[in-house]
Design a protein around this ligand. Structure first.
Ligand code: AKG
Length: 289
């Protein structure tokens, strides 16, 4: 218990140091130069797929793109769509959710390798790379149950994401999310930019009640299989608090290959990569964290 406490405390300190380091102007300018060089090397790669192009453009202009089930489908290859359907079917059929509410990348890759591989599908990598303008890493894969009547903590508090300067997150609902079902909540990118004095991190409720105007808050009610594609660094967002039913979701995250932070919980443990390595293409291997 003591060692767990020490580990968590030293992680917080390391994160704090890195956060300060990244705000230093010379560090920022080196990061920006490196990013431009990576983008130049990657080159402009126009995407032919019309919906993919549309999503990428909307992501660029608005930072968030809600996608109804049928529309998300067109972004998934056949194998990925089958896996999403299978998860939804199992959850509707009373499947017992694994012991912990949050399955991190390592758990998902070990327990459900085919689900993990959804994030490595070509179209999703194309989308992430088109938006980022450079090669990406599939940096995180979560399967989450938000239990109803839980109290607000972590991603249920307003925040922007810190993993990189820009990133792509695809949050797929695995059950129908109706009012009271813990819908994803967000502000538009322009409303986010207008929030005064916000620095990335979780906003406690009493602060959020003053600084995140009620009239700007939006939420996404949608059926199972729908998704929100967003850049969490550009929009304030939070997971809604489910009051009527548990909410289940799959979240896929992409960053550049030189992210600002690699959150410890997103790391794969030794040997996990080997479980799927043989079945991956060269591109997929390169996108592995
Ligand atoms: O699950 C959600 O609705 C939001 C998740 C979230 O806030 C995040 O991944 O940063």
């Amino acid at each position: 218990m003591l060692s767990g406490f020490i580990e968590a405390a030293s992680r917080r300190v390391a994160l704090g140091i890195r956060r300060r380091w990244l705000t230093l102007p010379p560090v920022q300018s080196v990061r920006s130069r490196n990013r431009i060089a990576r983008q130049k090397e990657h080159g402009a790669k126009p995407i032919a797929h019309p919906i993919l192009r549309e999503v990428s453009e909307k992501l660029e202009s608005e930072a968030i793109v809600p996608m109804a089930r049928a529309r998300l489908r067109s972004l998934l290859d056949e194998a990925a769509a089958v896996q999403v359907d299978e998860l939804i079917r199992k959850l509707n059929g009373g499947w017992t959710w694994p012991c912990t509410d949050l399955l991190e990348s390592d758990d998902v890759c070990r327990m459900f390798p085919e689900v993990y591989k959804i994030g490595l599908s070509d179209k999703l990598l194309d989308l992430a790379e088109n938006y980022l303008g450079e090669r990406c890493v599939f940096s995180n894969c979560n399967l989450t149950r938000q239990p109803r009547q839980s109290s607000r903590a972590g991603t249920q508090l307003w925040h922007t994401d810190i993993e990189d300067d820009r990133m792509v997150r695809i949050l797929i609902y695995l059950n129908d999310v109706s009012p009271g079902g813990g819908a994803f909540e967000y502000l538009s990118a322009s409303d986010t930019a207008a929030v005064h004095n916000y620095r990335p991190g979780y906003l406690q409720e009493e602060v959020a009640s003053r600084s995140v105007p009620e009239r700007c808050r939006r939420h996404y009610i949608a059926e199972a299989g729908s998704a929100v594609v967003f850049d969490g660094t550009r929009v304030l967002h939070r997971a809604g608090l489910p009051t009527s039913a548990d909410r289940f979701s799959l979240s896929l995250t992409y960053t550049s290959r030189a992210p600002r932070y690699i959150l410890p919980a997103t790391r794969l443990k030794r040997g996990t990569r080997d479980l799927i390595w043989q079945s991956l293409s060269e591109r997929q291997r390169q996108a592995m964290p």
